[in-house]
Design a protein around this ligand. Structure first.
Ligand code: SAM
Length: 190
C-alpha cells in the first residue's frame, strides 16, 4: 500500500521554496504543518486551520520555538479560508494541503464534511499561485468519507475538464474503499 501522506509531501515539496506561503487546511496532529513550516523556511508563512483547539495546541507543542513563528494558527473551519488569508497572500498560495476525515485517536464525530470541504477547496483554487498545487487525501472507506470523496472527485474532474491538471493516486489500485490522493494544479509539474 502506498503511504499517501509521504507521497503528498514528496510532490508538494517540489512546488515549495523558502519564503513561500502555504496552507494546512486540516492541522490535526500537525505532521503536515511541520512539513510545510520546515520547507517554507523562516521567511515563509503557513496558515493552519482546524476546528479543534486540542489539535492546534498539540501542533504548537510539536513545532517548538524554531518553527512556531512561521505558522498562523486559525481555530476556524477551512470553509472560511477566504476571509482569513491576508490580502497580500491571496493568489500566492504555493501549496494547500487537506487530509480529510477525523483526527486519528481523537473524536470521530469531529470530521470533515462534503459541503464545507467543497467550499474550502473552491476557495483554495481562488487563492492559489499560478504555479501552486492543491493536495487532498480522502477516505472513502466509511459512509461520510464516501460521500465526501465523491464530491471532491466530481469537483476535481470538472476542473480537469476546464484545463487544470489532475492526478489521482490510489493507496491500493482499483479499490473503491482505499484512501486516495488528489493533486490539482493549473500548470501541472507533478
Ligand atoms: C485526518 S485529520 C488531519 C491530519 C493532519 N493533517 C496531520 O498531519 O496530522 C483531520 C482534521 O481535520 C479537522 N477538521 C474537521 N473539520 C474541519 C473543518 N471544517 N475545518 C478545518 N479542520 C477540520 C479535524 O479536527 C481533524 O483534526
Amino acid at each position: 500500500m502506498i503511504r499517501l501522506t509521504d507521497r503528498a509531501h514528496e510532490i508538494c515539496q517540489r512546488f515549495l521554496q523558502p519564503g513561500d506561503i502555504a496552507v494546512d487546511a486540516t492541522v490535526g496532529n500537525g505532521h503536515d504543518t511541520l512539513f510545510l513550516a520546515k520547507v517554507v523556511g523562516p521567511s515563509g508563512r503557513v496558515y493552519g486551520f482546524d476546528v479543534q483547539e486540542a489539535a492546534l495546541e498539540q501542533t504548537r507543542q510539536k513545532l517548538g520555538q524554531e518553527y512556531l513563528s512561521r505558522v498562523i494558527f486559525l481555530l476556524h473551519s477551512h470553509a472560511e479560508m477566504n476571509q482569513w488569508i491576508e490580502p497580500e497572500h491571496r493568489g500566492h498560495m504555493k501549496v494547500v494541503m487537506f487530509n480529510l476525515g477525523y483526527l486519528p485517536g481523537g473524536d470521530k464525530a469531529v470530521t470533515t464534511h462534503a459541503e464545507s470541504t467543497l467550499v474550502a477547496i473552491e476557495a483554495a483554487c481562488g487563492l492559489l499561485h499560478p504555479e501552486g498545487i492543491i493536495s487532498v487525501i480522502a477516505y472513502p472507506g466509511h459512509n461520510a468519507g464516501r460521500d465526501e470523496t465523491g464530491t471532491v472527485t466530481d469537483f476535481f474532474r470538472a476542473r480537469e475538464a476546464d484545463g487544470w491538471c489532475l492526478e489521482i493516486i490510489e493507496a491500493v489500485a482499483e479499490s473503491e474503499t482505499a484512501p486516495r490522493l488528489f493533486l490539482l494544479s493549473s500548470q501541472g509539474g507533478s
